[in-house]
Write a protein of this length. Structure first.
Length: 103
């Protein structure tokens, strides 16, 4: 019981100042999360969408499974990949991990 009385603010002093500092801390934490986590993730998602929409027939790609191939055909949500010896496989566009740049 004495512990609770010792932790209570003295009479005449309200907790208004601590409320403002708590709100400022929550705002700072939200800003840190936004700039360190949310914003970079949104930027990566936009870049990925741009990559997937820019894929054209004849591009050499690497799929998320590690398969290398050449784009032989495109549909709205799928892509036809030629993996060699005229073997073609159909994959989702989202399976494309990267487009290989030729030097």
């Amino acid at each position: 019981m004495y512990l609770l009385l010792a932790m209570a603010p003295p009479d005449g002093q309200g907790g208004g100042g601590s409320m403002i500092s708590t709100l400022i801390m929550f705002g700072a934490i939200f800003a840190i999360f936004y700039f360190m986590i949310i914003r970079p993730q949104q930027k990566r998602a936009k870049e990925r969408e741009k990559l997937l929409s820019a894929v054209e027939k004849g591009d050499k790609v690497i799929l998320s499974s590690g398969l290398y191939g050449t784009v032989a055909g495109l549909e709205e949500k799928t892509v036809l990949i030629d993996v060699g010896n005229n073997i073609k496989m159909k994959f989702e566009r989202s399976a494309i991990a990267s487009v290989v740049k030729e030097k």
